[in-house]
Design a protein around this ligand. Structure first.
Ligand SMILES: [Zn+2]
Length: 335
């Protein structure tokens, strides 16, 4: 108990609260800028079991904001979930860390969350967030949303009895219009602040659910602004009102397949059905160089050439790395 003495001394935690943390299982979806920080805080705080889910590998560009990862992790291109689990276990060997190197998607989502007390959204895309929302509605599980871009960030807590994520964002953003930290940049202080707020929400959900306010919190660390908005349930919401679980039906995240004999990767997605004219306008407005042909769109981004076809597939030229290709695809299409 010495390890947690400073936390137990808090009147709203105490020994009883610490015991509740020790008995809880939290699933953190995504081991990036939000997930690494949130998971570290939860592990240091004594959450008994922390499950971490991520399919990607550690890269040098992650180290600016993704805590615990080292240059060696990046050089070895270790799976983020495995690298993070190893670091977390050295911080606290008393708690259980369960790394899962996989996408959080489709039919697997409910299985992955079964048995959890709370879920944390530490992803960077709306397809996964809609999937978390559907899975948590199905399991009546509370979850904490987080997102950050530039110097701004947003977080909100969703519970079975209140508004859900689709009450707030009814549909996926238009293709290409989703935010991407690869193109627009992000400050580590923004992601770390949001992740810290997510971790405290998780602790409140475990120790004192009545203390959770159920409001949206928005902040800008560069402008030092911080405010809350009320979260209203949408009576016409297809997910929490209509019972629709669209995102549990099939895998909707982009899939990459390496093209033999060429320095390119083909990425396909069941979610992307782009209107090429519209997509060209959206991407051009972001400052990307876009050329339109009859059947495809050529986009220059991050020193890569990307050819997007009308059925949502895209050829990423200049790489033979599936992770890299999927990253570029998601950055451009905002999926
Ligand atoms: Zn809803």
């Amino acid at each position: 108990m010495e390890r947690y003495s400073r936390q137990i001394a808090l009147p709203f935690v105490g020994k009883a609260g610490q015991a509740k943390l020790g008995a809880a299982k939290v699933t953190v979806i995504g081991c990036g800028a939000l997930g690494t920080v949130a998971a570290e805080l939860l592990v240091r705080g004594g959450v008994g079991c922390v499950q971490i889910v991520d399919r990607d590998v550690v890269e040098l560009s992650n180290l600016q904001r993704q805590f615990l990862f080292t240059e060696r992790d990046a050089a070895e291109r270790l799976p983020k979930a495995m690298a993070l689990a190893a670091h977390l276990q050295t911080i606290n060997s008393d708690v259980e860390i369960l790394p899962l190197v996989t996408d959080f998607s489709g039919s697997k989502a409910v299985d992955m969350l079964t048995g959890s007390t709370v879920a944390v959204d530490a992803t960077d895309n709306y397809v996964t967030r809609f999937t978390i929302n559907d899975a948590c509605l199905e399991l009546k599980l509370p979850w904490v949303y987080g997102g950050a871009l530039g110097s701004r960030g947003m977080t909100a807590t969703f519970r079975a009895e209140g508004a859900c994520f689709r009450c707030l964002f009814s549909e996926l953003p238009m293709l290409g219009a989703g935010d991407s930290c690869e193109i627009e940049g992000v400050l580590a202080s923004a992601t770390a602040t949001i992740a810290a707020l997510q971790a405290v929400e998780v602790m409140k959900l475990i120790i004192a659910p009545h203390a959770v306010q159920g409001r949206i919190l928005e902040l800008d660390v560069w402008n030092s602004s911080f405010h809350t908005l009320s979260l209203q349930r949408d009576e016409s919401c297809p997910a929490c009102r209509g019972g629709l679980r669209l995102f549990l039906a099939g895998d909707r995240l982009p899939e990459a397949s390496i093209v033999c004999g060429r320095n390119s990767v083909l990425v396909s997605s069941a979610t992307a059905q782009p209107d090429l004219v519209e997509l060209a306008q959206v991407l051009a407005a972001k400052g990307l160089v876009v050329t339109r042909t009859k059947f495809s769109l050529r986009v220059e981004a991050q020193e890569r050439e990307v050819i997007v076809f009308a059925d949502g597939r895209a050829l990423i030229n200049g790489t033979s790395d599936a992770h890299e290709a999927r990253r570029v695809y998601q950055a451009i299409l905002g999926l």
